[in-house]
Design a protein around this ligand. Structure first.
Ligand code: TZD
Ligand code: CA
Length: 526
């Protein structure tokens, strides 16, 4: 009879979950024993960085990814990073070690006394199998739960289970195949198409799920048939539409009143692949203008249930894009040329304006560059300067949890080795995931980190003004030199001065990771 470990490894291999992001402890070692040759273990030095890398990798590869974490302390360290993975609907399969079964009750050191409960507020599904024999089936369940719900799943396995004999039925999981189809019924499709066709001035709002699902270009086709304006949903974590397309109006502001104002004059708002809505700043007002109807299409049943207004259809937004595109016929008029970029703003004095940095990225890097952005006060400058026309061009921490950007850039570059990948990271944000630099160095991941150093938590300074708190302590972060930090982790790094020096540095194409630090002027996010 094969061991639980043998069947589990074979199952993971069959499902293609052979890249493992992890940070192990004693409880995890028996799972890692005899890992077959086709597996790749990507070690991260802190669990936040492990989950950030796995999140980037899973999003960029469009596949579920295995994460290996230590019991309570290790899993706890991962929680902040998991908030982002939940919001981006990333299918992470977390397998954590547990003390041997007999040692959990007495609370031996490194026992995770109630492992599923620790994780449950965030993960969609968490379990510890009732007996060793059930581990292969429960592992399969974790993979399918993560994939079907598009939400991280967590499996805690007592480490004496791995060497146990698998039951005679265990190999049955090897042949499992679990899929989901979520096309609307013919009646639902007809009603939706009629509602959209009847709208005089429809507006389209696209969420990050459109890009995650590979529907970026299909969304352009639909928008051009509709002929109305397109927004990205508030708090965008992916770019679902080319940002200089003539129909694109930008990312919706993340406040109730400004969202309502944006929809003024529209009788229908069709929201595809997004919650309604992820507001941030509390700017109260009406949700929608008088007479404006909203229809949300999402695969996330919970997002449909919790929305405060509008109708909702729980279905695959990609399938809805296809059916509407088919039924709407050809576009009324060509959409016109892409909008040109404005000249970048300049700062007084020696510091570069972030717009100058972004203009340099736009001009010097290939058009298919994937950007992972975690620089919070530069949001407006970013969208003013960038011209992103390809799917998978933009990633941002989906729940606003810092520590995603730098690790996720490493994960995206591991998943897409042939695509240029750049992390655009603030000097505050970098500290939460900085250990991913070591992983990038060890694997010679060809990622560029552009480190924007303004010496402060810029976005919080702006927020302080908004909230009437001009004097909050703890907002400045002087004395950080990321060129030296990066070199300590084994990553080549340099400081650049003016725009010309930055452009020259960006034009180089090194084979491994590098960090470019640039001192920038303080700007506001909007
Ligand atoms: N901790 C975590 C894990 N996530 C957070 N979002 C924060 C703290 C709070 N926070 C923000 O929301 S923005 C920000 C903090 C600390 C400042 C980020 O500073 P930065 O970017 O240097 O990366 P800017 O451009 O200077 O704002
Ligand atoms: Ca900063």
């Amino acid at each position: 009879m094969p061991s639980v470990r043998h069947v589990s490894h074979a199952f993971l291999e069959r499902q293609g979950l052979t890249t493992v992001f992890g940070n192990p402890g004693s409880n995890e070692l028996p799972f890692l024993a005899g890992l077959p040759a086709g597996f790749r273990y990507v070690l991260g030095l802190h669990e936040g960085a492990v989950v950030g890398m796995a999140d980037g990798y899973a999003q960029a590869s469009g596949r579920p990814v295995l994460v290996n974490l230590h019991a309570a302390a290790g899993s706890g360290n991962a929680m902040g990073a998991l908030t982002n993975a939940v919001s981006s609907r990333t299918p992470l399969v977390i397998v954590a070690g547990q003390q041997v079964r007999a040692a959990v009750g007495p609370e031996a050191n490194l026992a995770n006394v109630d492992a599923p409960t620790l994780m449950k507020p965030l993960v969609g599904w968490a379990a510890e199998p009732a007996c060793a024999e059930d581990v292969p089936r429960a592992l399969a369940q974790a993979v399918f739960e993560a994939t079907l719900r598009r939400r991280p799943a967590y499996l805690s396995v007592p480490y004496d289970d791995w060497a146990a004999e698998a039951g005679e039925n265990s190999p049955a999981v090897l042949d499992r195949r679990v899929e989901r189809a979520a096309a609307p019924s013919p009646a639902q499709a007809r009603r939706l198409a009629e509602e959209v066709a009847a709208a005089r001035r429809p507006a389209l709002v696209l969420g990050g799920d459109i890009d995650s699902a590979g529907r970026f270009e299909d969304a352009v086709r639909l928008a051009e048939r509709l002929g109305g304006p397109v927004w990205a949903a508030p708090s965008a974590f992916r770019l679902p539409f080319p940002n200089r397309h003539p129909l694109f109006r930008g990312v919706l502001p993340a406040g109730i009143a400004p969202v309502c104002a944006a929809f003024e004059g529209h009788d229908l708002v069709l929201v595809l692949g997004a919650p309604v809505f992820r507001y941030h700043e509390y700017l109260p007002g009406r949700y929608l203008p008088e007479g404006t109807r909203l229809i949300q299409v999402t695969e996330d049943a919970s997002a449909a249930a919790r929305a405060p207004m509008g109708g909702a259809l729980v279905a695959d937004p990609g399938a809805v894009i296809d059916l509407l595109t088919d039924r709407l016929g050809s576009p009324a008029a060509p959409p016109g040329p892409y909008r040109p970029v404005p000249a970048p703003a300049r700062a007084e004095g020696p510091l570069l304006h972030p717009e100058q940095v972004f203009a340099a990225l736009r001009d010097e890097l290939p058009g298919d560059t994937a950007y992972v952005v975690e620089s919070t006060s530069t949001n407006a400058a970013w969208w003013r300067q960038m011209d992103l026309r390809r799917p998978g061009s933009y990633y941002f921490p989906a729940a606003g949890g810092l520590g995603f950007g730098l690790p996720a850039a490493v994960g995206v570059a591991l998943a897409q080795p042939d695509r240029p990948v750049v992390g655009v990271i603030g000097d505050g944000s970098a500290n939460y995931g900085v250990t991913a630099l070591w992983t990038a160095a060890q694997h010679r991941v060809p990622v560029t980190i552009v480190l924007l150093r303004n010496g402060t938590y810029g976005a919080l300074r702006w927020f302080g003004g908004l909230l009437g708190v001009p004097d909050a302590p703890g907002l400045d972060i002087p004395g950080l030199d990321f060129t030296r930090i990066a070199e300590g982790y084994g990553v080549c790094a340099r400081q650049v001065g003016g725009a010309a020096e930055l452009r020259a540095a960006l034009a180089e194409r090194p084979g491994g990771p590098r960090l470019i630090q640039v001192d920038t002027a303080l700007t506001t996010p909007s």
